[in-house]
Design a protein around this ligand. Structure first.
Ligand code: PDD
Length: 280
């Protein structure tokens, strides 16, 4: 595939990152994953707004404005157009740049910008009929999970522990309250309402989360952004994971116990259909 790297478009395997890049040395960088369907981005402005917030939060001056980002990313999509893989996720990362190793900000580094694509595959039939398994884990991440930083060691260890237990995601709990997944937001159907934790420093403001909440409100479902305890999670009628690459995944097993009726529930069916209809 073709990547964008610091002003050039080139084959991904020809991109060379310096060992002194602060993204490599410190995880001193932020990222976005932006879905596209049949050559068109989905929710691009929301992703670019979040990128701006992430960059501002870690005090990197954005190298581009929204119009320039859009042109760059659309160019990248066009260069990767392939009927065999019509749906592509764009991974975009901005690091503080290359400088002699020192924890404090370098005085004159230029941000490193990398963008690359990977195919988004439709949900397998088995997922739509049977759902997926998740496990719970203690949320030991740092206090700024609302910044989409590449410093993801805790998320990596949680996801790996989930995979080793035969699950696709770790659902994180902090002080007995749901936060989010290792790489997803978590929404539950509880007593007939769609509930998800409110935005806070412990939760990434997911673009899919917010779109799904809007779609649910439009369809007339009662929606609440409020705390979800571990015991509420355990008795939820439905549990979903949302993210730009996996859309809305129905969780039907949590810690080896069946969720609801054990198959993707009616509210998921409705929101999955609405989400598919909203996509380009
Ligand atoms: N992750 N929470 C975390 C910790 C995430 O990493 C993600 C997405 C989300 C969902 O956000 P959105 O709906 O905007 O994709 C929530 C991306 C897909 C990733 O790391 O690959």
């Amino acid at each position: 595939s073709i990547a964008y790297f610091n002003g050039d478009y080139l084959p991904l395997d020809q991109v060379r990152i310096s060992p002194l890049d602060r993204g490599f040395l410190f995880g001193d960088s932020v990222y976005e994953v932006i879905p596209s369907y049949a050559g068109e981005f989905f929710m691009l402005p929301a992703h670019l707004e979040r990128l701006d917030r992430s960059l501002a939060a870690i005090r990197i001056l954005s190298p581009f404005d929204a119009g320039q980002w859009t042109a760059l990313l659309e160019d990248l999509l066009a260069r990767n157009a392939d009927p065999a893989t019509p749906d592509l996720g764009v991974y975009l990362q901005v690091t503080r740049g290359v400088a002699p190793r020192d924890h404090a900000f370098p005085p004159d580094a230029r941000p490193t910008v990398l963008a690359m694509v990977s195919p988004i595959r439709p949900l397998p039939e088995a997922v739509r009929t049977e759902g997926v398994a998740a496990v719970t884990a203690e949320d030991r991440r740092w206090g700024h999970c609302d910044i989409k930083a590449t410093t993801l060691l805790a998320n990596v260890l949680n996801r790996q522990a989930a995979v080793e237990q035969g699950a696709v995601e770790a659902i994180l709990l902090r002080d007995g309250q749901l936060t989010e997944g290792a790489a997803s937001n978590v929404l539950v159907v509880l007593d007939g309402r769609l509930v998800t934790p409110p935005l806070a420093p412990s939760v990434l403001p997911g673009v899919t989360r917010s779109r799904v909440l809007d779609l649910a409100r439009e369809l007339g479902y009662p929606v609440e952004e409020c705390a979800v305890s571990e015991s509420e999670l355990a008795r939820a009628e439905e549990i979903w994971l949302t993210s730009s690459t996996r859309e809305i995944l129905p969780v039907t097993r949590l810690n080896d116990r069946v969720v609801g009726a054990g198959h993707p529930g009616p509210v998921w069916q409705a929101l999955h259909a609405a989400y598919q209809a909203a996509k380009p």
